[in-house]
Design a protein around this ligand. Structure first.
Ligand code: ADP
Ligand code: MG
Length: 386
């Protein structure tokens, strides 16, 4: 789960890291009122969306004084921001954040994430902050420093020193930066985060170290332990079909292609997406109905796929193990009674109760193209939508 910058800064502050003073609001009236409490003539207005790259897209405005806030807030609220992280469809700004400006001397990069390969927590730091870290990694890999910490132990001063070494700071500034590293580590472990990214972490002209931007992701599987974090979820930032799918415990992720996929098992879902690409098309979604899905769940899954306007064809690829093919077939037929399927539908069934499933589909009166293996299934659906 993702949270907004202002929420991430609130958490960082609680854990003792320096962040600028700021206020957030959902309306212009509210932001004008709240901004009066800030202790600065100049202000920084920042669009709150679950994506970075706002600076370049006009989502970060430096204001000379509070008199500019009303006009700029009206311009930003409700506006669609398209950044390199939102994709071409962009994101609508629904909340605003105003904070005190910092006099930036240097911008650094600092992040903390789970390194699955080593089963450790990795800190990544760079003196090339404020820009796309993937670009830095490509062009200047020597400007990126990675330090791994055993998550069963607390972080040592030596680890912290190694993380911040690349920033080349003076001794008192180093202590402040090390304190931020410790705060991030404690937050990361306490709250089951999967990533904390500060880009940029800055050195101000006055010699202070401050987290100027903040992004935190949490491990969804651990959210039950943190109701206060779950409460920070902003459904406005999530795809409505993904929210609907999560109600039925379906693993659904919307993608940009044209072939809707219904599959059981994440591995089979990946293979199905790969083979669709191999035949020259793109999947419209990732959808895993899971092992022992009921016919209701299958039916909901199909309705969600059909509700995607980009879907030009559907491929159902089920290997019946615990999941029975007849249950799947009945779910498909039930869904088809409620919503019209007016795109080609290719079904490949194999495994438990395959004959029963085929029989249900054959007698349903639905126009279904059947396939016996994954290759021909992908080929058929791609040919159908050409
Ligand atoms: P994003 O990563 O979405 O572009 P950031 O919060 O990183 O958004 O802001 C982009 C840039 O705007 C920063 O690199 C920094 O140069 C400037 N900026 C952001 N917040 C402040 C602030 N409080 N004071 C001064 N400059 C800021
Ligand atoms: Mg940033």
């Amino acid at each position: 789960m993702n949270i907004h910058e202002h929420q991430a800064k609130e958490l960082l502050k609680k854990y003792g890291a320096n962040v600028p003073n700021g206020v957030f609001a959902l309306t212009v009236k509210d932001i004008l009122e709240k901004a009066k409490s800030l202790n600065s003539q100049k202000l920084v207005l920042k669009a709150q969306i679950h994506a970075g790259g706002r600076g370049k897209a006009g989502g970060v405005k430096i204001l000379n004084d509070i008199s500019e806030l009303e006009k700029e807030s009206n311009n930003l609220l409700g506006k669609k921001l398209i950044t390199h992280q939102t994709g071409p469809s962009g994101k609508i700004v629904k909340r605003l954040y105003v904070e005190e400006p910092s006099d930036i001397d240097k911008e650094f990069y600092l992040s903390c994430l789970v390194d699955r390969g080593s089963s450790k927590i990795a800190f990544i730091s760079s003196d090339q902050g404020g820009m796309d870290i993937e670009e830095v990694a490509k062009k200047n890999p020597n400007k990126i420093n990675t330090i791994k910490v055993d998550f069963n132990k607390s972080i040592s001063d030596l680890d912290c020193e190694k993380v911040i070494e690349i920033f080349d700071l003076k001794p008192d500034q180093s202590l402040e930066a090390m304190n931020i590293v410790k705060s991030i580590y404690k937050l990361f472990i306490d709250l089951d985060a999967s990533m904390v990214e500060i880009n940029p972490l800055i050195l101000t002209k006055q010699g202070k170290i401050i987290c100027l931007d903040a992004k935190i992701n949490f491990d969804d599987n651990a959210l039950f332990r943190h109701p206060e974090i779950s409460a920070l979820r902003d459904l406005n930032e999530e795809d409505p079909t993904e929210i609907e799918a999560s109600k039925y415990d379906l693993s659904y992720i919307k993608l940009d292609g044209s072939i809707g996929c219904m599959v059981n098992g994440a591995g089979l879902a990946m293979a199905t997406m790969d083979i669709i690409k191999l035949y020259g098309e793109e999947p419209a979604n990732f959808l895993d109905v899971g092992g022992g899905a009921s016919k209701e769940k299958v039916s909901e899954a199909l309705k969600i796929i059909i509700s995607d306007k980009n879907v030009k064809g559907i491929l159902i690829n089920i290997f019946g193990g615990i999941m029975k093919c007849d249950v799947l077939a009945q779910g498909v037929v039930d869904a088809a009674k409620e919503v019209k399927i007016n795109v080609p539908l290719v079904v490949r069934l194999a495994g438990t109760n395959f004959e029963k499933g085929k029989d249900i589909l054959d007698k349903s009166g639905l126009k279904i193209i059947s396939a016996t293996d994954l290759n021909s299934a992908a080929e058929k659906i791609v040919n159908e939508i050409k």
